[in-house]
Design a binder for this molecule. Structure first.
Ligand SMILES: Cc1cc2nc3c(=O)[nH]c(=O)nc-3n(C[C@H](O)[C@H](O)[C@H](O)COP(=O)(O)OP(=O)(O)OC[C@H]3O[C@@H](n4cnc5c(N)ncnc54)[C@H](O)[C@@H]3O)c2cc1C
Length: 288
């Protein structure tokens, strides 16, 4: 099938893109890498009066350091994020997670902002921004605003962005020394969306965990933080830590969906093991 007819808009600045989007309201969609939107249009699962293509808005494609954070423009390709030296050094888990997104052809076209705005509950980037407490910059008719990652997701593939707003950039805080990170997921085939997955970050000082973040993906309508497990970790000695117990604590009370890919019970078991493995790896990195 082919998409239903639409008006094609190709602004060259962010301001122009916001203006054009505002003219159409909820009758328009922003087009980034097209890796999720185009199949939806081609299958006629949705139709819009206009597409506002961001691919000529060069000011939205960059990676830069800013005040202790790494800021990535929304139109930065996932392949660029994966290879970027600053990302690899300062936010290594973002690069690691990128390698798990689909195949390289998809990452060549797909954008950081597209994945985060799309908000697939099984996607890697939303779990990374959730674990790292990233901040999203959103541009709209009344200017820009900052949004905490925790306030971004509303439900499956639903964000709190208004129809006339554009996700412009994401700011990833850089953790201090003796920090380690890991992302682990289980997918039926390489390149598939994850059945379940986790992103873990820890900081260690004097043999004790001083900071911990665990997010789960594929386990609910939005990326989830395992706050109870995190608070048990903070202050715990790394020696003799019961990783299996932390994995179990991370999924306690989580009610993942059952679908054609896996039952909720299976997802829970898998996620518990993945958290244990990711934590082990993150601790090794933090204490190396
Ligand atoms: C075969 C296949 C396998 C895949 N596997 C994975 C996977 O394992 N993990 C994974 O995470 N993803 C996967 N994807 C999806 C891929 O990562 C997409 O790149 C991503 O979901 C959307 O990014 P995009 O730039 O292509 O956005 P688009 O498809 O262009 O847009 C997606 C949605 O986000 C909105 N949007 C885009 N940019 C903005 C913005 N700046 N501001 C506001 N709204 C915006 C669009 O309007 C649209 O609703 C896969 C895709 C395919 C085709």
């Amino acid at each position: 099938m082919k998409p239903a007819p639409f008006t094609y808009e190709a602004p060259t600045t962010l301001g122009e893109a916001v203006d054009v989007l505002g003219r159409y309201g909820d009758e328009a969609k922003v087009l980034a890498g097209g890796q999720s939107l185009v199949p939806v249009l081609a299958l006629r699962l949705a139709r819009f009066e206009a597409l506002v293509d961001l691919n000529r808005v060069d000011e939205l494609a960059y990676v830069r350091e800013d005040d202790g954070a790494v800021v990535v423009g929304a139109m930065t390709r996932q392949a660029t994020v994966e290879a970027d030296p600053l990302v690899r050094r300062a936010v290594p888990v973002l690069a690691e997670a990128t390698r798990l997104i689909g195949h390289f052809q998809i990452r060549n076209r797909g954008t950081l902002g597209g994945s985060i705005a799309h908000g697939d509950p099984a996607a890697e980037y939303p779990a990374v921004v959730t674990a790292l407490d990233a901040t999203v910059t959103v541009a709209g008719p009344s200017g820009t605003r900052q949004l905490a990652a925790a306030d971004l997701y509303d439900g499956p593939m639903t964000t709190t962005l208004a129809d006339d707003e554009i996700l412009a950039a994401v700011s990833f805080p850089v953790w201090g020394p003796r920090s380690g990170f890991a992302v682990r997921e289980m997918a039926r085939r390489e390149g598939d969306f994850a059945t379940a997955g986790t992103v873990v970050g820890v900081t260690v000082a004097d043999g004790r965990i001083t900071r911990a973040a665990i997010s789960l993906f594929g386990m609910g309508p939005v990326p989830l933080r395992a706050r109870d497990a995190e608070s048990h970790l903070v202050g715990a000695a790394t020696a003799g830590l019961d990783l299996t117990a932390v994995g179990a604590a991370a999924v306690a009370g989580v009610d993942p969906p059952s679908d054609v890919h896996a039952s909720g019970r299976y997802r829970t078991r898998v996620a518990s093991r993945l958290v244990a493995r990711a934590l082990e790896s993150a601790l090794q990195e933090a204490t190396a």
